[in-house]
Design a protein around this ligand. Structure first.
Ligand code: SF4
Ligand code: SF4
Ligand SMILES: [Zn+2]
Length: 143
């Protein structure tokens, strides 16, 4: 059973986010990722990615951006999308569409599998494309 807190409203998988993984010792600490986060749907998330800027999300009328009542993607989500595609080869919009299609629980399973280290079974950070347990490097072009 996967942790539903790890489903990012914006389409990011929190289980592989460097801030979520920063509570781990070792590589995360060496890299200076100090802002520990317990995931987007947790009550006290430290993420400023998108929730605070959208009134529908803030009021809890919807939970994920694929449920958007306005223009999807809005400008803010589009800016984030462009930056994630450019810097991390990761499409938030593709993730959100997939989430909508297969359901949140299945999406979580798929994401966990994608970022699972083939060497040690630990988590690969989506920002660094590196396993925080053993240092294994994932191909940055892998999608
Ligand atoms: S910082 Fe944002 S994206 Fe990262 S784990 Fe926290 S809520 Fe998720
Ligand atoms: S307007 Fe839509 S796409 Fe933009 S943050 Fe809100 S729910 Fe997400
Ligand atoms: Zn590993």
């Amino acid at each position: 059973m996967k942790d539903n807190n790890l489903v990012g409203t914006c389409g990011l998988y929190c289980g592989a986010c460097k801030f979520y993984l920063s509570h781990k010792k070792g590589i995360a600490e060496q890299k200076g990722h100090k802002r520990g986060c317990i995931g987007c749907q947790a009550r006290k998330t430290k993420c400023g990615m998108i929730k605070k800027t959208c009134s529908d999300l803030r009021k809890g009328e919807i939970i994920y951006c694929y449920e958007c009542k306005g223009t999807f993607p809005c400008q803010r989500l589009e800016r984030m999308e462009n930056s994630y595609v450019k810097n991390y080869n990761l499409s938030l919009i593709k993730n959100l569409k997939r989430m909508k299609k297969v359901g949140v629980a299945n999406w979580l399973e798929e994401q966990a599998e994608f970022y699972k280290c083939p060497e040690c079974g630990g988590e690969i950070c989506l920002h660094d494309r590196e396993c925080y347990d053993c240092g294994y490097k994932q191909d940055p072009n892998k999608k």
